[in-house]
Design a protein around this ligand. Structure first.
Ligand code: MLT
Length: 275
């Protein structure tokens, strides 16, 4: 694990391998540890970089503000990722892979820094903004965190993050994901929830995405219906949709070999010729 001081906080990240930079952005309420199979399985063909977003894993929360529960806007999280790339002196276009909230951050990143993106991998994510019902659920989660702590919210997330197939076939994954979730700070969880609630609809952006894009979704995802992945595929001209079997929301952990094969094939066939 490495660290870089970025403006107001210390960002922890992994950075291994050489070649085209492949930046993995984790979901809520997780950390860079969710990309372990990709760090191990793809660093022979790419420079795999996986940060802990602020307030998650081994990254600190913002240093100056204390516990003030400010929103972590998707744009601010995208800016943090760009500041990390700057600190690493990576100025040429990269491949961006975001899962779920990491996908929302990827849309914010592409909206603001399209010239820094050579390709997109959108995993278990959606373009649309929160519905009113989703916003109400996030408010309830914030109230629960403030009154009872993070555990009840983590327990209910854990029950829907992993597919029924993985719960039966890979119970060790439940322990691993629980461990990852417990590395997230209270400020990080509330910041994410507030930031996701206020994120804009990225549907209008989809037609402007001109880079080769892979959209991945698990056939047992309980958070992102396949129809949302299909809608993104229909709207992004140079995109391919891959539905992974026996996989839920954490498809890169549930089907690591299949996930890595898709990314490897994409790097070799769609990206290498373009850079
Ligand atoms: C995530 O996995 O990042 C979250 O489930 C996304 C969300 O709550 O919209």
């Amino acid at each position: 694990m490495k660290h870089k001081r970025l403006n107001d906080f210390l960002m922890a990240f992994d950075d291994i391998g050489a070649g085209i930079p492949l930046l993995f952005i984790h979901g809520y309420p997780l950390s860079r540890m969710m990309w372990q199979p990709q760090l191990e399985g793809l660093s022979d063909i790419a420079r795999v970089i996986a940060p802990d977003l602020r307030g998650h894993g081994n990254s600190t929360t913002e240093i100056s503000s204390g516990r003030n529960f400010s929103p972590y806007s998707m744009e601010m999280l995208a800016d943090d990722c760009v500041h990390l790339l700057d600190a690493l002196e990576i100025y040429h276009p990269i491949i961006l892979c975001g899962l779920s909230m990491g996908g929302y951050v990827s849309f914010a990143f592409y909206r603001k820094y399209p010239h820094r993106v050579a390709g997109l991998i959108l995993a278990a994510t959606r373009a649309i903004a929160d519905s009113q019902a989703a916003k109400e659920n996030r408010k309830l989660a914030i109230d629960t965190i403030k009154s009872k702590g993070i555990n009840p919210v983590l327990d209910s997330m854990l029950s829907i993050l992993i597919s029924p197939s993985s719960k039966v076939g890979n119970p060790a994954l439940i322990t691993y994901v629980r461990e990852i979730m417990h590395s997230v700070s209270v400020e990080g969880m509330v910041g994410d929830l507030l930031g996701m609630m206020e994120r804009p609809d990225s549907t209008p952006l989809l037609a402007d995405i001109k880079v080769p894009t892979i959209i991945l979704v698990g056939n047992e995802d309980q958070i992102i219906p396949i129809s949302e992945a299909e809608a993104m595929h229909a709207a992004i001209s140079d995109s391919k949709l891959v539905i992974l079997p026996e996989a839920g929301h954490l498809l890169n952990l549930e089907q690591p070999d299949l996930f890595n094969d898709v990314v490897r094939d994409y790097l070799i066939n769609s990206i290498r010729g373009d850079i």
